[in-house]
Write a protein that binds this ligand. Structure first.
Ligand code: F6R
Length: 615
């Protein structure tokens, strides 16, 4: 949440910062602002609303050009999305500017203290106190990095801070605690951002910042220290995402592009997983086999769409490994005193690798002695860094707020983890594992075929634009798919959308069915467990008898459902457990088209942000 950019170097800081903010706008879009150091002073501009409002302001009232600057795109926490609450925040003398992501929990106390010393604070934010504290510290030590260290030691909560001071015109200082911040090192220039997408057009050389560290950026390099001032080890890495991956590439929305990228994302995530001996090898899983053999419980923790991937993982893990698997919303996990020990394997799934709920859940798990394996899409992010092992999904940057390609690759990663556990523990033979991997290898082609047949789904979505409610039903792995379809519709189309386990219908939700209510039903393969299939076909008949308009997602060749489907969406034949990889795709397209038909902003739905770095 909130996107932050900082720059020092030979280019126009304003241009670099605004371009970076454009790439980070998915993180929050309530307001945006910039500050540049020029002519010995500070110049700042900020505007409520989307970045475009700030860009207009910069045309109407241009800022002087400078080579050091910072910027921010906001997802409001403290204080509404007004001009006054937009970042950067300045001290009373206008010499220091600061941008912030996170929540400073003791801000009220600090604010009262500052007011007592005569500071006038103008916004309702928690951030503004930092500008004032930095100004006070700087007046003592004349060193912005040292001022930042001193201030950070007084702050409670989670924060990324980036600041500039007019008296140090070639320096940008950043700090992080429990909130993302990465450094980009170019030739005679340096960058700070919440996410590498902000600077990959300039450099691929990145530096990870650890917990409670302060970084000082100068043109000729970066210096990292702990909040205590001790030099920190600098860990560099190469960013292999290409620039075009962070752009729309001719699509109207990132979401459309990301839906279309799914075949490649799935294929890339599968790449190189079978070694020369024919065994499944997951390079990034560095938990010894002897530890995995001892695991007696798997607990998956995740949020939102990633949680739905976890629900599907449970079916695969239990079926292939016979290890009991629980799936828990990360935000609930540590509050219920879960039973964990050294034989528990916790799987934390997160696209961004920064979701605070998931991070806190994994920390709790590690504190109790459990091993944590992260499934993550973002190299260098906090969740994989704090886990014992990581399996990276190779979806490339996901910019649209609604997760699509990350979900499919999370599923692939979950299947791989399940198969790997089965291999290590001997619950599946090598040839059985290779057979599933071969089935997975066919998925990119099958997703491609689904994407080629989506026009009727789009047409259907447009025809439902005036509806208030859509329900989604599924059984077995189709149940999380139904939940995911409903989540996509809620967040994008702002409609009442609910997913149910089809068997639960008769226990209450069937009362919602009324004439012409659209109900999407995810039908499992008739070639799988016939009892499952028969039951869901009965469920379709029950709702149809009560007037529902049935939208049935069924496998090619399944003719038995035809009489009960007002609309039929075909998906390719897949093994039962892998069906979510194809069945989810029409639901993504459906939600995207319905949202467009309702005039909604597909990539930036209201009230949301891509990376949820507050609890
Ligand atoms: C929905 C969506 C969210 C995320 C959730 C977890 O489309 O994108 O529900 O799945 O916020 O985010 P990550 O995976 O980054 O931890």
């Amino acid at each position: 949440m909130c996107g932050i950019v900082g720059y020092v170097g030979p280019q126009s800081a304003l241009d670099v910062v605004v371009a970076g903010l454009r790439r980070l706008e998915y993180r929050g879009y309530d307001s945006a602002g910039v500050a540049v150091l020029a002519d010995g002073g500070m110049a700042a501009a900020k505007k409520s609303g989307k970045l475009v409002n700030l860009e207009k302001e910069l045309v109407d009232r241009p800022l002087p050009s400078g080579s050091t600057g910072i910027g921010h795109t906001r997802w409001a926490t403290h204080g509404g999305p007004t001009d006054a609450n937009a970042h950067p925040h300045l001290d009373n003398a206008g010499r220091v500017a600061v941008v912030h992501n996170g929540i400073i929990e003791n801000f009220a106390e600090l604010r009262a203290e500052l007011a007592g010393r005569g500071h006038g604070l103008e916004s309702e934010t928690d951030t503004e106190v930092v500008a004032h504290l930095l100004a006070e510290e700087f007046s003592g030590c004349a060193d912005l990095a040292e001022s930042m260290r001193l201030v950070c030691r007084r702050l409670e909560g989670a924060f990324t801070l980036v600041a500039v001071h007019a008296d140090e015109p070639d320096v940008v200082v950043g700090a992080r605690r429990n909130s993302p911040l990465v450094v980009g090192v170019g030739d005679g220039e340096a960058f700070l951002a919440s996410d590498v997408a902000a600077f990959i057009e300039h450099t691929r050389a990145a530096v990870e910042l650890g917990q409670d560290q302060v970084v000082e950026l100068r043109r000729d390099g970066v210096t990292v220290t702990g909040f205590d001032g001790r030099p920190a080890e600098v860990r560099s890495y190469h960013v292999d995402w290409d620039v075009s991956a962070a752009e729309k590439g001719g699509y109207d929305y990132f979401m459309l592009k990301e839906i279309a990228e799914q075949p490649k994302a799935v294929a890339d995530t599968l790449l190189g997983r079978i070694d020369a001996s024919g065994s499944l090898s997951l390079d990034e899983v560095r938990i010894p086999a002897r530890v995995l053999k001892e695991v007696d419980k798997v607990v998956v923790v995740a949020c939102g769409t990633a949680f739905h991937a976890g629900m599907i993982a449970k079916y695969a893990i239990e079926h292939w490994t016979r290890i009991p698997c629980e799936v828990e919303l990360a935000s609930e996990f540590r509050y219920r005193d879960p039973i964990l020990d050294a034989r528990t394997l916790v799987v934390a799934i997160s696209q961004s690798g920064e979701t605070m709920d998931t991070l806190m859940a994994l920390r709790h798990a590690r504190d109790q002695g459990a091993r944590v394996l992260a499934i993550c899409n973002t190299n260098g992010s906090t969740i994989p860094r704090e886990s014992d092992a990581v399996l990276y999904t190779h979806a490339g940057p996901e910019v649209a707020v609604a997760s699509t390609k990350a979900f499919l690759t999370q599923l692939v990663a979950c299947y791989l983890v399940a198969l790997y556990l089965a291999q290590v523990r001997g619950t599946k033979w090598a040839d059985e594992i290779r057979a599933v991997v071969r089935d997975l290898a066919r998925i990119p082609g099958e997703v491609e075929r689904v994407l080629e047949t989506m026009e009727p789904v789009r047409e259907l979505a447009r025809s439902l634009a005036a509806k208030d409610t859509v329900l989604f039903l599924g059984r077995h792995v189709g149940y999380p798919v139904a939940l995911e379809g409903a989540l996509k519709l809620k967040e994008l189309a702002y409609m009442h959308a609910e997913g149910f386990a089809a068997g639960e219908l008769k226990h209450g939700p069937i009362a919602l069915i009324e004439e012409d209510l659209p109900v999407v039903v995810v039908v499992p393969s008739p070639r799988g467990r016939s009892v499952l299939y028969d039951k869901i076909v009965s469920n379709i008949q029950e709702i149809r008898a009560r007037g529902a308009r049935t939208i049935v997602i069924a496998e090619e060749g399944d003719e038995a459902v035809v009489p009960y489907a007002d609309h039929l969406i075909r998906v390719p034949v897949t093994p039962t457990l892998l069906q979510p990889l194809v069945a989810t795709v029409p639901l993504q397209v459906f939600a995207c088209e319905l949202a467009t038909a309702r005039g909604n902003e597909v990539d930036q739905p209201r009230n949301l942000a891509k990376s949820v770095t507050v609890e």
